[in-house]
Design a protein around this ligand. Structure first.
Ligand code: SF4
Length: 232
């Protein structure tokens, strides 16, 4: 029988404890943070963010006033292509000032299709990024799924994930939507626990199944034990 999302989350929380977002949750600040690292990861973005805060500042006027060279230098600790990221940051900040009067959050109201369109016009923001912003800024209790590990929930409930990222993302999203309350607290909890587990144990290419705290209820693991990957 398929393990419920509630059971999976309880087991993960028992193992890892309560999780908290380690990134800025305001939509504008998240966009800045997201461009502080490349390739984007929590670690890279946080490194670049700390340096940006220290050397330039994250307020729109500070980013707009800084020279491209100074901005790129501040972003360098976050990884590759700091010059390009500096340019993107200036574009993002200018758009938020010009189109939204400096207040992106206030523009994220109304029909979800419109709100998503606004967010997806920013560089490097696709559906998973838009979902993450909307959930953590508490604009809408979307069933967001961590973009780097949608496979976690799918493996647990169905077995081997699909090759198509979009299908796997949708399957994970549907499960969270159907099985968790549509509240900010419940959906953020699901996102953070699945993210932590995906990063630390259920890696995309090499899951550490033998050391996994939820292997007893995992369809992927039980399929492997039988000599094949379980399929939905
Ligand atoms: S048993 Fe393996 S596939 Fe299943 S959740 Fe754990 S690490 Fe992932």
């Amino acid at each position: 029988m398929k393990t419920t999302v509630a059971d999976i989350l309880d087991r993960l929380e028992k193992q890892y404890g309560e999780q908290e977002a380690t990134w800025p949750t305001d939509p504008y600040l998240f966009l800045v943070w997201w461009h502080c690292g490349y390739p984007a990861s929590d670690k890279a973005c946080s490194k670049g963010w700390d340096s940006l805060q220290k050397n330039v500042g994250v307020e729109p006027e500070k980013i707009l006033q800084a020279s491209p060279a100074k901005l790129a230098e501040a972003l360098r600790p976050g990884g590759m292509v700091p010059e390009l990221r500096a340019m993107r940051l200036k574009e993002i900040t200018a758009r938020i000032q010009d189109e939204f009067g400096g207040d992106l959050r206030s523009a994220l109201v109304g029909p979800m299709a419109k709100v998503r369109r606004i967010l997806k016009k920013f560089p490097n923001i696709a559906d998973p990024g838009a979902d993450r912003i909307l959930l953590f800024s508490e604009c809408a209790p979307i069933a967001a799924v961590p973009s780097n590990c949608p496979h976690v929930l799918v493996r647990l409930q169905r077995g081997q994930e699909r090759e198509n990222y979009g299908v796997t993302y949708r399957e994970a999203q549907q499960a969270i939507e159907a099985e968790t309350p549509a509240t900010f607290g419940a959906r953020k909890r699901a996102y953070l626990l699945l993210k932590y587990h995906g990063q630390e144990v259920c890696n995309r290419t090499k899951p550490k199944c033998e050391h996994c705290c939820v292997k007893a209820v995992c369809a992927y693991f039980s399929g492997k034990q039988r000599g094949r990957s379980a399929k939905a």
